[in-house]
Design a protein around this ligand. Structure first.
Ligand code: NAP
Length: 548
């Protein structure tokens, strides 16, 4: 690091800048851990976050009903058993405030806040090739000079905005779920509209339905949904989970999607119909995502298998509501189960049995515009509303990075590059962008197909080891070569082509953002396989990378 500092002293820009070894963008699950790891290793690091506190996703997404779909015993850090023993989850699937509290607890326990700059946005990162350092500019006017930039800016952190004409003309209250105010919103006696029925929309709907005077849910695509079986933990439950800390950690790291379950029931095609049904029923009753990502792997690759499992889920959903008209509207038939993110719900479908809750089909009659009194659909109807909630999702995986002006070698713009084609190497780095590391980036499982903390922790550890390697060898920069990147993209695309996820329109493929280049964002080879590939690269001393 002394060597590095000597080099940067020669930079004119650096004279006025704050000088660090690394800048971390984001102080959520990934950013906090990256800060901890690099600081432990002796680096001078700063994390920058736009929020007024830490927590990332769990800071921003404070909408009514926000709750994690991963069980708390896998949605957490693994780096310290002591930390695990010091924290007590109250439920299997905790609500947003608890996960936010956990991340604040971690920040305090490791005294991370002193190296976090809050209420600050990174505007640009420009690589100065002559000195192999990044100049990071923030909206506070500061320029930070750092050897490494690490994005922990999140995969679902850039909300889609300005989707509808006339939004500003609405005279009622309007909220985007991921920018929910900290003070409570009073729904009593109000006519409320919710646009969007993804994992977020359904949590909002099921939560506010009993509180509002009238609720209209504007749906373009019906979700497959599994009833969540939440459970309040007793001391005995917690003790039992804590005793399994190492076992659960190993299971999560070695599974396909980073949970403590996996495709352990063998092949669907080779199982008897009775055995298949037994497994599906058992996993349905588990009330978790295990039915989706811990039953039969063929759900993701074999259309015939997917069709049968989709039929099973449709029957289960229909049994919950019984009403034929509602079944037609709420039970999906136009795509296969699990080819979009499957949410867990708590009496979401049943909410539509309430007389004041209505589903509005905006596939056949799309939203034309927002008018001062509500939503106008193309059939000319005006749906009058007092409150409008937009649960319309995110520019996933790329959005957090493309909103920053990132310039690599030869002034190459990442935003421009990704506006043509979204490519990375190992989902961790990009050719022409030396010393820029990314977590949950495109072409890694963490972009979409992973229990977030499992993949974030793995990538943070890989990045930290890589930086330690470079410093130990007194090297200035690391960058994937064009050939290496092409090979990773080709490998990724081969896996994507065999996955049914690629064939359905969703945020998984960028299909929710107009003009976004289409590619399955997440690596579909499995968290376990991905980790092994990353480990092999490190074991070979990053031989395929260009290291200077
Ligand atoms: P999403 O899954 O992308 O859903 C957005 C919804 O808005 C969809 O129903 C979409 O319809 C609709 N929409 C978007 N643009 C529209 C338009 N122009 N007109 C009409 N409808 C429009 O977003 P999300 O629900 O925020 O969830 C994103 C991800 O966040 C989830 O998949 C999950 O990974 C994560 N999440 C997790 C949890 C949890 O763990 N409990 C909770 C919330 C979110 P189409 O489907 O037709 O595009």
């Amino acid at each position: 690091m002394d060597n590095t500092n000597a080099r940067c002293a020669s930079s004119k820009a650096a004279l006025d800048a704050q000088v660090y070894d690394a800048v971390i963008i984001g102080a959520g699950i990934g950013g906090l851990y990256q800060l901890y790891k690099l600081r432990e290793a002796g680096f001078k690091v700063i994390a920058i976050d736009a929020g007024t506190s830490v927590g990332g996703t769990w800071y921003w997404n404070r909408y009514p009903g926000a709750r994690v779909d991963s069980p708390s015993h896998v949605y957490q850090y693994w780096f310290s058993e002591e930390l695990n023993n010091a924290w007590n989850w109250s439920e299997r699937f905790p609500a947003q405030p608890e996960t936010e509290l956990y991340l604040n607890f971690v920040a305090d326990r490791y005294d991370l806040r002193k190296d976090i700059q809050l209420s600050t946005r990174v505007l640009s990162c420009v690589f100065d090739e002559s000195i192999s350092r990044w100049q990071v500019r923030t909206d506070r006017g500061a320029i930070i000079d750092a050897k490494y930039v690490i994005s922990c800016a999140g995969t679902l952190s850039t909300p889609l905005k300005d989707l509808f004409e006339g939004e500003k003309s609405f005279i009622g209250e309007i909220y985007h779920t991921s920018r929910w105010p900290k003070q409570p919103v009073d729904f009593k006696g109000k006519r409320v509209g919710v646009v969007g029925t993804g994992a977020t929309g359904i949590q909002v709907v099921q939560t506010i339905a009993p509180q509002v005077a009238a609720l209209k849910v504007f749906q373009r695509t019906a979700p497959y949904t599994i009833p969540m079986k939440n459970q309040t933990y007793t001391d005995a439950d917690r003790a039992q989970l804590k005793a399994r800390f190492h076992e659960i950690k190993a299971l999560a790291r070695n599974s396909f999607v980073g949970f403590d379950f996996d495709f352990t029931y063998g092949s669907y095609l080779e199982a008897t119909p009775q055995d298949r049904l037994k497994v599906l029923e058992m996993l349905w009753d588990d009330g978790s995502l295990a039915l989706w990502a811990g039953s039969y792997g063929e759900i993701f690759t074999d259309e015939a298998v997917n069709k049968e499992v989709s039929e099973f889920v449709r029957r289960k959903m229909s049994d919950r509501i019984k009403d034929l008209e509602l079944i037609k509207k709420l039970v999906p038939t136009d795509y296969g189960f699990g080819t979009r993110r499957v949410p867990l719900d708590t009496r979401y479908l049943e909410a539509f049995l309430l007389p004041h809750v209505e589903i509005i089909d905006i596939k056949s009659a799309p939203i034309e515009r927002i008018v001062p009194t509500g939503i106008q659909t193309v059939d000319g109807k005006i749906h009058e509303l007092d409150v409008l909630i937009l649960a319309t999702g995110f520019d996933a995986s790329t959005g957090a990075l493309t909103q920053i002006d990132i310039r690599g070698r030869d002034n190459q713009s990442l935003r421009e590059e990704w506006s043509h084609d979204i490519k990375t190497t190992l989902g961790l780095m990009v050719h022409k962008f030396p010393n820029l590391f990314m977590t949950a980036a495109p072409l890694s499982p963490g972009a979409a197909l992973c229990n977030a903390p499992t993949c974030l922790q793995h990538q943070v550890e890989w990045i930290t080891d890589c930086i330690l390697f470079l410093e130990e060898k007194q090297r200035h920069s690391i960058e994937p070569t064009q050939i290496q990147q092409d090979q990773w993209v080709e490998h990724h695309d081969e896996l994507a082509a065999s996955s049914l996820l690629s064939k359905t329109r969703s945020w998984y493929t960028g299909g929710n953002v107009a003009g976004k280049p289409k590619r399955l964002l997440a690596y579909a080879g499995g968290v376990n396989v991905y980790r092994e590939r990353c480990e092999a690269v490190a074991a070979q001393a990053y031989a395929d990378f260009q290291i200077k």
